[in-house]
Design a protein around this ligand. Structure first.
Ligand code: PLP
Length: 464
């Protein structure tokens, strides 16, 4: 075994290899030394376990591969052909050109983030979003934090720590991605008082649960499920009326951050931020990157007295956003102010895409595949915890996966994921489905190119 150990090259010997010498042009010496050491350490482990160590050639290859992984941004653009517009795993909302431009400007240099240009001294970062949030929602004040999860944690910690918060039993839910109302409540130090039954809650349930320790009533948007059949939910108006009588604020965890009337697009009625504010809610919390269509953020609007309390809490400082996202949020909000959201914000452009347009695009995609695919009717989903159960009619490219009794849909999907950029489709029972709705039309050419290649591959294997 000792001879086997001795056969391992030294670090110097490894670094003298031509291939690693070439990498030394790009990376500092210490980085290469560190990688060589680590690899040799592992090889010693291999030898110690009685196996043969890798050859010098193989070790150099390992180091090359490792460095190519480390030295590349692993976050890569993908084409979302799943038909889920707000796909959390694929990064939720793509942003408008104006939003991207604003973010680039903010990232490139210095800015008046917390600097009062008139007085020439320290200002507040809140002044950049508060006015436009108030204008759009009718609220008295607004602040922004890292995500809606942090917004909820901040609101509950500030207003209800060591106190009680009343929630309908049907709303003490898990949103996904490890966001659960009971857990957030526990973390905030507030005690969850759940009232009513899973399917039915009445305003009297809230009323009867009020004690001197009650700090707030919370409404949570059922983002990812629907209760159907015999149900009864309390309206936000009933809650705020009770809040007014008892002096308790209502916190509305709205999730999606919808400013437009979703029913105008053939969807179910998604609660709108301005409606909650008009109903007299104390605080409305929502995400920046769901239906609002901007960068990740948690936005809180509502009564000035409550927002001011949140602003003073250390958690606000700990979860604040940076200048880049601040600029992006402002640019996205300006689209709503100008009434151009459906023309500028990709999420709303996708939602409002005419079916005839989608059919034309699907036909072009299918054409690239010849007789391997056909255009079929299907449904696109909004996703991202918005409009549960609501779907939009769409046209899909279906590539049947059944060949000689084998289902090859998964293999097809994998093949398209290996493209550059990867194309992500949806695998149904016996076909791979591609939905043009969640793909910006500018990406059509890339999709068609990939599909032409796929067809070439098919024809190769068929002719064998
Ligand atoms: C999505 C969602 C959250 C979490 O929002 P993030 O911005 O992802 O942190 C919280 N509550 C509801 C109701 C949601 O839909």
């Amino acid at each position: 075994m000792t001879t086997e150990f001795r056969r391992l090259p030294s670090v110097d010997r490894l670094l003298a290899d031509g291939r690693l010498k070439a990498l030394a042009q790009e990376y500092p010496h210490e980085v290469l030394v560190e990688l060589a050491r680590k690899r040799l350490e592992r090889e010693r482990g291999v030898v110690a376990s009685g196996k043969t160590a890798a050859s010098l050639d193989k070790i150099v290859e390992y180091i090359q591969t490792e460095l190519s992984h480390l030295g590349q941004i692993s976050l890569r653009p993908v084409i979302n052909a799943t038909g889920v517009i707000l796909h959390t795993n694929l990064g939720r909302a793509p942003m408008s050109r104006e939003t991207i431009a604003a973010m680039e400007i903010a990232a490139s240099g210095y800015c008046n983030l917390e600097f009062d240009l008139e007085r020439g001294d320290r200002g507040s970062r809140d002044v950049h979003l508060d006015p436009i949030l108030c204008q759009l929602t009718g609220a008295e004040a607004g602040i922004v934090v890292n995500s809606n999860a942090s917004a909820m944690l901040l609101a509950l910690t500030t207003l209800a720590r060591r106190k009680e918060v009343i929630v309908s039993r049907g709303e003490a839910v898990e949103i996904g991605g490890s966001f659960r109302i009971p857990d957030v409540m526990r973390q905030s130090g507030a005690k969850l008082i759940d009232v009513g039954a899973t399917n039915c809650t009445y305003i009297t349930d809230y009323e009867q649960a009020i004690t001197p320790r009650t700090a707030a009533m919370l409404r949570v948007h059922s983002s990812n499920f629907q209760v159907v059949g015999f149900t009864h939910a309390v309206t936000i108006g009933e809650m705020t009326a009770l809040g007014k009588r008892t002096g308790l604020p209502v916190i509305d965890d709205q999730g999606s951050g919808c400013f437009l009337d979703s029913t105008a697009f053939g969807l179910g009625a998604e609660p709108m931020v301005q409606q909650s504010v008009a109903a007299g809610v104390g605080l409305v919390c929502f995400s920046g990157d769901k239906l609002m269509g901007g960068p990740q953020a948690g936005i809180i609007v509502g009564k000035k007295e409550l927002v001011d309390r949140l602003r003073k809490h250390p958690l606000y400082r700990a979860s604040r956003i940076d200048k880049v996202r601040l600029a992006g949020l402002a640019a996205t909000l300006i689209h709503y102010l100008k009434g151009e959201a459906t023309r500028k914000i990709p999420v709303w452009m996708m939602i409002s895409a005419p079916l005839a347009e989608l059919e034309k695009r699907a036909a072009k995609w299918a054409e690239a595949l010849g007789d391997l695919a056909r255009v079929v009717d299907g449904e696109s989903m909004i996703g991202g915890g918005s409009l549960p159960g609501s779907a939009l009619p769409t046209k899909l490219v279906a590539i049947p996966g059944k060949k000689q009794g084998r289902n090859t849909s998964q293999a097809l999907a994998q093949r398209l994921r290996a493209d550059i950029p990867p194309i992500i489709g949806r695998v149904s029972e016996d076909a791979l489905l591609l939905d043009p709705r969640s793909v910006p039309p500018e990406e059509d050419e890339l999709v068609i190119k990939a599909l032409l290649e796929l067809r070439g591959l098919f024809e190769l294997t068929d002719s064998k």
